[in-house]
Design a protein around this ligand. Structure first.
Ligand code: BGC
Length: 425
């Protein structure tokens, strides 16, 4: 169905699967007595030690690409102190991917940051731009030769979306609004205690704690984009052949009569505002889970009767094709789907989601849009941020008491798209 170079794979993020990301800001937040995290990540699914088994399962199923993170907090646990043994770990992982015929797509920042960075102003501090560049330089010097694709920053627009979500919640419109990530939006009785603990743990006013997944000021958004551009410069200076891009979280925004202005505004804030900084990138990574519908009053709450995923989003696999088509009107270079998937307890439903999503992607390719790959979220059931382990996005289930891998049929279903191609050619 897809051409032979098309990448079909799965994605993970270090903090969600590796386990024991103890030098990260999120580790500290999760472990506070009154944390907003429903549970801490702990050993996660021990992917740090079991990546070989996981990559082998991908290979056996027929996948040919894997998107994963090189975790900043592991590589640089204290500012300027780089851990050679972590670089060795990621080198082995990259080499294993190549050995298995899996193209590695590396993310350099996926939500978690080193504790020391967030303690010192995090993603609202201009110094973060150079600090990120130093880490990137270290990684690329050591590992660049093994990396064909880099996503610098995952969902650079997440802060914009969270800022909007909070505004809507303040207006009492929280129910209809979604952000495509696991946030715990229940009113926390213990919020005051949490903030006090947070301030103590980071040794600063809690209002100065700017982790990546939090509301952003306009300056914060500029810092994220400047960090991306500096990272791209650093990568290109060392290894010009590496393809560099960023990833964006985009809803499929649809208008009912009267809602056109709202759709335009949503795409402006989530996409067009970011475009000028991406002009020299080689590709764009798109991440989508559902759609949003607007009428003249703004975003419409989801109908009670709508088919929903376990995350509460509308089940709407056509969204990804629509997003790719929208973006292609303004972006003519390579497009990669870096995340798309569904949290569900029913694997038949996941197969249906994959099938319908891939029909959309295939139509885009037929229409001449240069889509180079589809990375399903996620390889493994994993730590869905503030929602803990309750969500099941994985192609592989994991029994966390034994860490035993239980591949689902959907893994082989996704791989069959690649196997068909292998037979044709
Ligand atoms: C993030 C993932 C997350 C997924 C599902 C994306 O926003 O990049 O880390 O697990 O959505 O919510």
């Amino acid at each position: 169905m897809f051409h032979k170079d098309f990448l079909i794979g799965a994605a993970t993020a270090a903090h969600q699967v590796e386990g024991n990301n103890i030098h990260s800001d999120l580790w500290v937040m999760e472990n506070l007595p009154h944390s907003t995290y429903k549970e801490p990540s702990l050993d996660a699914v021990d992917h740090y030690n079991r990546y070989r088994e996981d990559i082998r399962l991908m290979k056996e199923a027929g996948l040919n690409a894997y998107r994963f993170t090189i975790e900043w907090a592991r590589v640089e646990p204290e500012e300027g102190q780089f851990e050679a043994k972590e670089i060795d770990h990621y080198r082995e992982k990259l080499l294993y991917c190549h050995e298995m015929g899996i193209t590695p797509i590396v993310t350099l920042h996926h939500f978690s940051s080193p504790f020391w960075l967030t303690k010192d102003g995090g993603w609202e501090n201009e110094a973060t731009v150079e600090r990120f560049a130093n880490y990137v330089a270290y990684v690329i010097e050591a590992l660049g030769e093994q990396i064909p694709y880099i996503c610098t920053i995952n969902e650079a627009n997440m802060g914009v979306q969270i800022t909007k979500l909070i505004e809507r919640m303040k207006k009492g419109a929280g129910q209809g609004s979604q952000v495509q990530v696991g946030l715990n939006t229940d009113i926390q009785e213990n919020m005051m205690r949490y903030f006090q603990e947070l301030g103590e743990a980071f040794g600063t006013d809690p209002l100065n704690i700017h982790e990546f997944v939090s509301p952003k000021t306009p300056k914060g958004n500029e810092i994220i984009l400047a960090a991306h551009q500096r990272a791209r410069e650093v990568i290109k200076a060392i290894r010009p052949e590496i393809k560099v891009g960023i990833t964006l979280s985009l809803h499929d925004n649809q208008a009912l009569p009267g809602g056109e202005g709202h759709v335009e505004k949503a795409y402006q804030e989530d996409f067009h505002d970011f475009l000028p900084a991406l002009q020299e990138d080689d590709f764009i990574g798109l991440q989508n889970y559902s759609r949003q519908i607007f009428d003249e009053n703004g975003m419409k709450p989801l109908e009670e009767t709508a088919r929903k995923t376990k995350m509460g989003y509308e089940f709407y696999p056509e969204a990804i094709g629509n997003v790719v088509r929208y973006v292609s009107n303004y972006w003519s270079k390579e497009i990669m789907v870096t995340e798309n998937g569904i949290s569900t307890a029913n694997d038949e439903e996941r197969k249906e989601y994959i099938e319908r999503a891939l029909v959309g992607i295939h139509d885009c390719i037929k229409a001449g849009i240069p889509v180079s790959g589809y990375m399903h979220w996620s390889l493994l059931d994993n730590f869905e941020w503030q929602l803990g382990y309750s969500q099941t996005f994985g192609l592989i289930a994991v029994d966390r008491t034994t860490q035993k891998r239980l591949p689902k049929e959907s893994l082989y279903f996704l791989g069959s798209y690649k196997k068909d191609v292998a037979h044709e050619h």
